[in-house]
Design a binder for this molecule. Structure first.
Ligand code: HC0
Ligand code: SF4
Length: 574
C-alpha cells in the first residue's frame, strides 16, 4: 500500500494502481475518452491517446495522463487545478478542431461521449478552425458504416476487435494529421473478414462506427397499404429496450414492447422466441441423429451469424460442425412467408418481415443468398434495439407508461427455453431440456441446468443423459470461440455439443443493444432478467409449445423430415 493525496484528500491505496483507479476509489471523477476497462471480458484499452485525463502530479513537475501513470508513495495529485482543467479542455478542443461539426444530424447525437465531454468541460467555441480530414464513408456492407472523419483515434474498436474478438480487422492507419483506425489498406469493410459482430460499434465513443439504419425503410413498409408488415422481436430485446426509456436496468418489458409495436402500425406482432422453440425441435433432432448414427460431433448450435462468418473465414476445416438449422429469426421469416401466408391467403411477395434484434450481424445475415428463396428474403429488414427505441420515440409513444399486450398468434407463443436463447449458455440449455426428454423418455423434474450458466467466456459441463455423458462446451466472445474451436480442431478436446455466441454475454451484450458505456454490470442484469422471465413461463421446454406442435401437425410433417429440411435448414460454404 502507498500513501497519496488527491486534491488534498489523504488516501492509502494499493501499490501499482493508476492515478485514475485511485481517483475512482476516492470518488473523484477524472474524465477519460479513450480509456475503457471492461474487466469482466478482460478488455482494457489503455492507449492514453486522447490526453483528456491529464492531472497534475507535482512531484514530477508535470501534467501526466491519469490512466497510465501509477501512483507512488507520497504522490500529491491535483485533478482540479486550472492547469489540469485547461489541459483537459485543450485536448478536447484539439479533437473537435478536426471533427465534423454536424452533431444535429449525427447518428450518435446525444449519445456521443465526445459531445458529452465537450459539455462537461464547458467548451463554448471550437478553436483552430483549420483543415479537417475528409475521407468518404464506407457504406459497403449491410451492417456497419465506417465514418473515419469521426474517428478520434482512441483505438477502443481496435482493442475490441483484435484482443477480445481476435478478428484483426481494425488497426491504426496513417501518420499524424491523417491517422485513423480502419481496415487494412482502408479496404471497404465488406471485402474484409469482418464478422459484423458489432462489438467495435458498441465501444466506439463517437459515430466513427455505427450500424446501417433501416428505420425509414420500416416506416415506409408500415405506411404502404399494399404490404402486410410482420414484426418479430428477439429474446434479448425485452430485457434491454426499457433502458432507452430510463427504466431500471434488467426490467422485463415484453408486454409494453408488444403494445408499442402494435401502436406503431405493424400488421402482426410476433415473437422470435417461437422461432427459437422451432429451432430446438430441429436442432435437438439433429443432435440425437448425429449421436445415434455416429455422424460429425460436436454439433455447434445455430444462432449467431457472426460466428458463421468467423468459421467461414477462420476455421473452414470445421465447416461440418455447425448445425444445419437456420437461425430462429430466419426460420421464423420462412414460416411467415409460407405457412402464415397460406393461412392468411397472402402473397408472400406482399409480406414484409421485420426482425428487431440486439445484433448488427443479423442485418447482413438476412441478405445471405442461401437464406433467400425464389429471390425473396426470408427476413426483409433487421433493426436493432436502438433503432426500435428511436422509432418508438419518433412515434411519440410514452413507452414506460404503456399497458401490456400479448403477442399475436399463432406465431407469438413461446416457452421459457426460448427466452434464455438471449444469454450465453441458453441455447444449449434449451436444447438439452428437449434432448434429455426425447432420449430418456422421462420427464425432466429440474429443467434448470445451472452447470451451463454463467458469464465466463469459456465454460464446459457434462450432462448425463440415459447413461451417456454429453460433453458440452460454451464460448461467448469470438476470442473464446477461437480457443474452443482450436482445441477441437487440434484434437485436444472432444465435445458432443457446443454453443458459440460472438458477443460477450451472448445476445444480451449484442452490438445493437443500448450502449452500456463500459458498465458490464448492465449485461449481467439483462441476463438475470432473462432467467427470471424463463421462471415466469408456464411452459419451459420447446417441445411443449402447442403452436409449434400444431405447425408440425398441420404443415411441416415430421420434425427433421423432408419438408422441415427444405424450409428450415441451410448450408455453409468454406
Ligand atoms: Fe439472439 Fe437468436 S437468441 S441469435 O442470441 O438462436 O440476435 O436475443 O434473436 O435468430 O431466438 C440475437 C437474441 C436472437 C436468433 C433467437 C438465436
Ligand atoms: Fe471486428 Fe466485429 Fe467490428 Fe468486424 S464488427 S471490425 S469483427 S469488432
Amino acid at each position: 500500500m502507498v500513501n497519496i493525496k488527491i486534491n488534498d484528500q489523504p488516501l492509502t491505496v494499493p501499490e501499482g494502481i493508476t492515478i485514475l483507479e485511485a481517483a475512482q476509489k476516492a470518488g473523484v471523477r477524472i474524465p477519460t475518452l479513450c480509456h475503457l476497462d471492461l474487466h469482466d471480458i478482460k478488455m482494457i484499452n489503455q492507449t492514453a491517446s486522447c490526453r483528456v485525463c491529464m492531472v497534475e502530479a507535482p512531484g514530477r513537475d508535470s501534467l501526466v495522463p491519469a490512466c497510465v501513470t501509477k501512483v507512488t508513495d507520497g504522490m500529491e495529485i491535483r485533478t482540479d487545478s486550472i492547469r489540469a482543467i485547461t489541459a483537459r479542455r485543450m485536448a478536447v478542443e484539439l479533437l473537435l478542431s478536426n471533427h465534423p461539426n454536424e452533431c444535429f444530424t449525427c447518428p450518435k447525437n446525444l449519445e456521443c461521449e465526445l459531445q458529452s465531454l465537450a459539455k462537461e468541460l464547458g467548451i463554448r467555441e471550437i478553436k483552430w478552425n483549420g483543415e479537417k480530414i475528409n475521407y468518404p464513408k464506407d457504406v459497403s456492407s449491410e451492417a456497419i458504416i465506417r465514418d473515419v472523419n469521426k474517428c478520434i483515434y482512441c483505438r477502443r474498436c481496435e482493442t475490441m476487435c483484435n484482443e477480445v474478438q481476435t478478428c484483426g480487422i481494425l488497426s491504426g492507419i496513417g501518420r499524424g494529421f491523417n491517422a485513423f483506425v480502419g481496415t487494412a489498406f482502408n479496404i471497404p469493410i465488406v471485402e474484409s473478414s469482418c464478422t459484423y459482430c458489432g462489438q467495435c460499434v458498441a465501444v466506439c465513443p463517437t459515430a466513427a462506427l455505427t450500424e446501417v439504419n433501416y428505420t425509414n425503410k420500416v416506416w415506409e413498409a408500415i405506411n404502404d397499404p399494399d404490404k402486410h408488415v410482420v414484426v418479430q422481436t428477439a429474446p434479448a430485446i425485452r430485457v434491454a429496450i426499457g433502458e432507452l426509456f430510463d427504466m431500471e436496468i434488467g426490467t422485463i418489458v415484453t408486454g409494453k414492447l408488444v403494445t408499442a409495436l402494435k401502436r406503431m402500425g405493424f400488421d402482426a406482432v410476433f415473437d422470435t422466441d417461437f422461432g427459437a422453440d422451432l429451432t430446438i425441435i430441429e436442432e435437438a433432432s439433429e443432435l440425437i441423429d448425429r449421436i445415434k448414427n455416429n455422424k460429425t460431433l460436436p454439433m455447434l448450435t445455430s444462432c449467431c451469424p457472426a460466428w458463421i462468418k468467423f468459421i467461414e473465414h477462420q476455421f473452414p476445416e470445421l465447416i461440418e460442425i455447425p448445425s444445419t438449422c437456420k437461425s430462429p429469426h430466419i426460420m421464423f421469416g420462412t414460416i411467415v412467408k409460407t405457412y402464415y401466408a397460406e393461412k392468411k391467403g397472402l402473397n408472400p411477395k406482399d409480406i414484409v418481415v421485420v426482425s428487431v434484434m440486439p445484433c448488427i450481424a443479423k442485418k447482413a445475415e438476412a441478405e445471405r443468398p442461401e437464406l433467400t428463396k425464389d429471390n425473396h428474403n426470408n427476413v426483409d429488414l433487421v433493426i436493432t434495439t436502438r433503432e426500435l427505441g428511436a422509432m418508438i420515440k419518433e412515434a411519440g409513444i410514452d413507452f414506460a407508461n404503456l399497458p401490456d399486450s400479448d403477442f399475436d398468434n399463432p406465431l407469438g407463443e413461446s416457452t421459457g427455453a426460448s427466452v434464455i436463447f438471449g444469454t450465453t449458455g441458453g441455447v444449449i440449455e434449451a436444447a438439452i431440456r428437449t434432448v434429455y426428454e426425447w432420449m430418456t423418455g422421462e420427464e425432466l423434474d429440474e429443467v434448470e441446468f445451472t452447470q451451463l450458466r454463467g458469464i465466463k467466456g469459456l465454460r464446459e459441463a457434462t450432462v448425463d443423459i440415459a447413461g451417456r455423458k454429453l460433453r458440452i462446451g460454451i464460448a461467448n466472445g469470438l476470442g473464446n470461440a477461437r480457443r474452443l474451436l482450436e482445441s477441437i480442431r487440434d484434437g485436444k478436446e472432444k465435445y458432443d455439443a457446443i454453443e458459440i455466441m460472438a458477443c460477450p454475454g451472448g445476445c444480451i451484450g449484442g452490438g445493437g443493444q443500448p450502449y452500456h458505456h463500459g458498465n458490464y454490470e448492465v449485461v449481467k442484469k439483462r441476463q438475470e432478467a432473462l432467467y427470471r422471465e424463463d421462471r415466469n413461463k408456464k411452459l419451459r421446454k420447446s417441445h411443449e409449445n402447442p403452436f409449434v406442435k400444431k405447425l408440425y401437425e398441420e404443415y411441416l410433417g415430421k420434425p427433421y423430415g423432408q419438408k422441415a429440411h427444405d424450409l428450415l435448414h441451410t448450408h455453409y460454404e468454406k
